[in-house]
Design a protein around this ligand. Structure first.
Ligand SMILES: NC(=O)c1ccc[n+]([C@@H]2O[C@H](COP(=O)([O-])OP(=O)(O)OC[C@H]3O[C@@H](n4cnc5c(N)ncnc54)[C@H](O)[C@@H]3O)[C@@H](O)[C@H]2O)c1
Length: 342
C-alpha cells in the first residue's frame, strides 16, 4: 500500500494504535484530534514530533483546508465521543462530534474531490452497537440487518451511518462503513471496562460491575481491528459495510474474573474484589456480529484469542503503570456517571 491517510481521532485508543501501525508501514499520514480529557497525551507528543497532527474539531470549517493541504487518498474517521455512560449525561456533545462532525467531513471531502478532481476513500469507524441488543439465542448481526440503537451514543453513530449511506446513494460518495465489536488493548483510557478493572484491581479498589454482570460483548484485540481496517483500505469495496469482530463472546463478569485471576493469582476471591452497582439505563444485553463477509471477501481473520489478547493487554498495562495512574488522576476513578435520567 502506498496511500496518504488522513486520520481523525488519532489521539484516541484505536486511532493511536492505527497510527502506530501506519508509522511501522512507513505510510504518510496527517491527523486531527480535538484532544479531550480522555485523549492520549503521549499520542499527541508522538504525532507532534512528526509534525503530523493539528488540534482541531472535525466539525470545524477548517477541516476542508487541512484536507486540501494534505490531499489524502483515504480518510479514516475514528473521531467520536465513545463513552456510553457519558452519552446518557451529555448527549449534545455526542450529536456534535458523532453526527455533525461526520456531516462536516462528508461535505469537506466532497468539496475537495470536486475542486481537485481526486477521489478519496472515506472509511467510517461505526460500531456493533448500532444493531442494538440481541437476546441469548439470537443469530449474530449481519451488515444488512436493521439498526436498533439503544443509547444516545449508538443512536448518534447510527445516524451518522445513515447520513453516509444517503451520501453513497445520492452522490455516489466513495465511503465504506465498518462495525467493529468491543476493542481492547494498549493505550485504552481507564474509564472503559478492561483498563478500569485492571486499575482497580492493582490499586486494591473494588471493581464496579453494572447490574448482574451477565451482559455479553464480543471482544477483539485492537491489533486485529487495525489489521482489518488496513485490509479495508486496500481491498474494501466502495459503498459496502463490513463487520469486524472475533466471534468470541464473554460476559462482563467473565472478563473481570479473568483479570482478577491474572493479577491476583494467590489471592483469588472475586467476592472481595467485585462490587455490584446500579445498572446502566438502557444497558444492552448482548452484541454479536456475523463476520463471514470480511473473512470471505477480504481474507481477513482475527489472529488473537481473547486469552492471548488479554494477557498482552495486562502485560502492557503492568509495564506502563505510570501512564495508567496519570490517566486515573485525570478521570477520577471513583466517579460514577450515566445514571441521570434526562
Ligand atoms: N473502543 C471500542 O471498543 C470501539 C468499538 C467499536 C467502535 N468504536 C468506534 O471507534 C472509534 C474510535 O474509538 P476509540 O475507543 O479509539 O475512542 P476514544 O474515545 O478512545 O478516542 C476518540 C478520539 O476522538 C477524538 N474526538 C472526539 N470527538 C472529536 C471531534 N469532534 N473532533 C476531533 N476529535 C474528536 C477524541 O479527542 C479522542 O482522542 C469511535 O468512532 C468509536 O465509536 C470503538
Amino acid at each position: 500500500m502506498n496511500k496518504k491517510i488522513f486520520i481523525t481521532g488519532s489521539c484516541g485508543f484505536i486511532g493511536y494504535n492505527f497510527w502506530k501501525k501506519c508509522q511501522k508501514l512507513n505510510l504518510e499520514t496527517f491527523s486531527v484530534d480535538k484532544l479531550s480529557y480522555y485523549s492520549n497525551k503521549q499520542a499527541f507528543v508522538d504525532l507532534s514530533k512528526e509534525k503530523a497532527i493539528e488540534k482541531i474539531d472535525i466539525s470545524s470549517s477548517k477541516i476542508f483546508r487541512l484536507i486540501e493541504k494534505f490531499s489524502p487518498d483515504v480518510v479514516v474517521n475514528f473521531a467520536a465521543e465513545s463513552h456510553v455512560d457519558r452519552s446518557i449525561e451529555q448527549p449534545s456533545i455526542f450529536l456534535n462530534s458523532n453526527y455533525l462532525g461526520v456531516f462536516n467531513l462528508l461535505i469537506s471531502i466532497q468539496k475537495f474531490m470536486k475542486k481537485k478532481k481526486k477521489k478519496i476513500k472515506f472509511i467510517q469507524i461505526s460500531t456493533d452497537e448500532v444493531f442494538g441488543s440481541l437476546g441469548r439465542n439470537d443469530t449474530p448481526k449481519k451488515e444488512t440487518d436493521n439498526y436498533e440503537p439503544s443509547s444516545p451514543y449508538s443512536a448518534t453513530k447510527a445516524a451518522a451511518d445513515l447520513l453516509i449511506k444517503s451520501w453513497i446513494k445520492t452522490y455516489k460518495f466513495p465511503a465504506i462503513i465498518l462495525h467493529p465489536s468491543n476493542n481492547y488493548g494498549p493505550w485504552q483510557f481507564p474509564e472503559k471496562l478492561i483498563p478500569l478493572s485492571i486499575l482497580k484491581i492493582i490499586n486494591n479498589n473494588k471493581v464496579p460491575v453494572y447490574g448482574s454482570g451477565k451482559n455479553i460483548r464480543e471482544w477483539i484485540f485492537v491489533d486485529d481491528c487495525v489489521e482489518a481496517i488496513l485490509k479495508v483500505i486496500d481491498y474494501g469495496v466502495i459503498g459496502e459495510s463490513y463487520n469486524i469482530g472475533s466471534s468470541e463472546q464473554y460476559t462482563n463478569i467473565e472478563i473481570i474474573n479473568h483479570l482478577i485471576k491474572r493479577l491476583k493469582p494467590n489471592d483469588y476471591d472475586n467476592r472481595k474484589i467485585i462490587k455490584f452497582v446500579e445498572d446502566r439505563p438502557g444497558h444492552d444485553y448482548r452484541y454479536n456480529l456475523n463476520i463471514s463477509k470480511i473473512k470471505k471477501e477480504l481474507k481477513w481473520t482475527p489472529k488473537f484469542s481473547l486469552e492471548q489478547g488479554l494477557n498482552l493487554t495486562v502485560d502492557w498495562y503492568l509495564s506502563n503503570l505510570d501512564w495508567l495512574q496519570k490517566n486515573k488522576k485525570i478521570y477520577g476513578v471513583s466517579k460514577r456517571i450515566g445514571l441521570d435520567k434526562q
